[in-house]
Design a protein around this ligand. Structure first.
Ligand code: SF4
Length: 469
């Protein structure tokens, strides 16, 4: 699956040996990015740019190590100033007290990349020549633990397995795709992929947990294979401490950049309806057996099928919201809440536009109609396809700068364009096609306002953010 490491958790790719489970790279120093006001770090005089070399004589490999090493009452820190001066700092603190430092990277010894060759890999379906982080095949169990990115478990060394056990790195998020060994090996093009069921037993025996995902490729792992996969996973979901906490079922994303003749078939309306008709009865069965629906269909299935999204209650505690399961339903609910008590009229007439992916536009219309019932307010909703990826039915987060320029050309944008920040790389004003936000700003005839979340969108529509400014 695709997890572009965000700016701020930017990581250097490990060397080839590390990516295949060999000897890891020597950890680099942890570079301080932020110092929390009032923290021990501030008291000690830490500044952004300082390098933390070791804690009690040990070099942390990543933020997880760092957290473990800092959990002592007495610390000896080895620190290097930006000018190269070395310091040794000794301190005493409460056991659970942190240093209040943020770091430029999450991994100090490099990213473990995947050793698979899935034909449906989204990373391989991009055009060449974009920013390097777009091509990093993150398959790193530490990022899975820290940020919920998915991994396949095919590149773990003995030392990695030991570390998962001793540091209790749980839950992890595992791309399963299929449980039948031969089929999973074929999908990931890796014989090690066939070990998944043994690996799940390993988690179960140690009271460690995972969330699973299945990317459905029509004709490859749908139908009976999908049924078997979900039943096998549910076999690890019983008891007080289930090894598999949930399974998300998501449609494969195919772009126009994939090689010809790859045999992959895009999900269409008929396929979406078939998968829903297959998984919903399984959900009912799991509910009866496990007390949870357990297997979750991402919102895209319902939007592609042309069905209404299930009610919010169906999603229980949204165990796979980050994977698009219930996220649009939760957003619609937040929009409902944010638009229940709107003013009857605005003091000043206002016309703004709001751009979203074509796939979600229809579901947002009722909320937009409620906003447009406010006298003096007109919100123009623009649902756009993605010529860049070659996808008509696209979610908002995949729209690129060129999609926006092409799709919005000649459209009525009102006085301002509301642009969901989810289209940009976290922490950086850049789109998935490397187009920068400032380029878009200079080419569109109206100012752009970044918006995030329902309350922010409604406040921006009403012009309340201007009043507050
Ligand atoms: S090749 Fe497979 S496992 Fe590796 S990043 Fe791509 S989809 Fe994920």
């Amino acid at each position: 699956m695709w997890n572009e490491p965000s700016a701020g958790i930017a990581v250097a790719a490990a060397d080839a040996a590390n990516a295949t489970g060999g000897a890891p790279r020597l950890p680099q120093p942890a570079v301080v990015a932020t110092v929390e006001p009032g923290s021990i770090g501030e008291e000690l005089g830490f500044q952004p740019g300082d390098k933390l070399l070791s804690i009690n004589g040990q070099r942390p490999r990543d933020l997880i190590d760092l957290q473990f090493l800092v959990g002592e009452e007495e610390l000896v820190l080895e620190v290097e100033d930006p000018d190269g001066t070395l310091h040794t700092v000794e301190l005493e603190k409460d056991l659970d007290e942190g240093l209040g430092l943020g770091f430029t990277e999450a991994l100090f010894d490099g990213l473990k990349q995947c050793n698979n060759a899935c034909p449906f890999c989204f990373i391989d379906q991009q055009p060449p020549g974009k920013r390097r982080s777009l091509y990093l095949k993150d398959d790193d169990y530490r990022l899975s633990f820290l940020y919920g990115s998915y991994l396949t478990l095919t590149n773990l060394s003995e030392a990695d397995w030991r570390r998962i056990e001793t540091q209790r790195l749980s839950p992890l998020y595992v791309s399963v795709h299929a449980t039948e060994p031969e089929l999973r090996s074929r999908l990931l093009v890796n014989p090690r992929a066939g070990l998944l069921l043994e690996q799940l037993q390993w988690f179960q025996q140690r009271d460690l947990q995972i969330h699973a995902q299945v990317v459905v490729c029509p004709g490859l792992n749908d139908g009976p294979a999908l049924e078997r996969t979900l039943r096998d996973l549910a076999g690890f979901a019983g008891g007080d401490w289930p090894a598999v906490l949930s399974a998300a079922v998501v449609p494969v994303g195919l772009t126009r950049f994939r090689p010809p003749g790859d045999g992959l078939v895009p999900v269409d309306r008929a396929c979406a309806r078939r998968v829903i008709a297959q998984v919903e009865p399984l959900q009912a069965r799991f509910q009866a057996e496990l007390g949870s629906r357990f297997a979750w269909l991402s919102d895209e299935w319902y939007l592609m099928a042309g069905y209404p999204l299930p009610p919010r209650d169906n999603y229980e505690d949204l165990p796979q919201e980050g994977n698009g399961v219930g996220s649009i339903r939760a957003f619609l609910e937040a929009m409902d809440a944010a638009t229940t008590r709107l003013p009857a009229a605005l003091d000043q007439p206002r016309r703004v536009s709001w751009v979203v992916g074509l796939l979600v536009a229809e579901a947002l219309r009722p909320a937009v109609e409620r906003l447009n019932a406010v006298a003096g307010l007109e919100v123009l909703l623009h649902g756009l396809p993605s010529p860049y990826w070659g996808q008509d039915q696209v979610v908002t987060g995949l729209l690129t700068g060129s999609d926006l320029l092409q799709g919005l050309a000649g459209r009525d944008l009102g006085a301002e364009l509301l642009l969901p920040a989810v289209m940009l790389r976290q922490g950086e004003p850049v789109f998935l096609d490397d187009q920068r936000l400032e380029d878009l700003t200079s080419q569109l005839p109206v100012p752009i306002r970044l918006v995030q979340g329902a309350d922010d969108i409604v406040a921006a529509c009403l012009g309340f953010l201007d009043e507050a400014a």
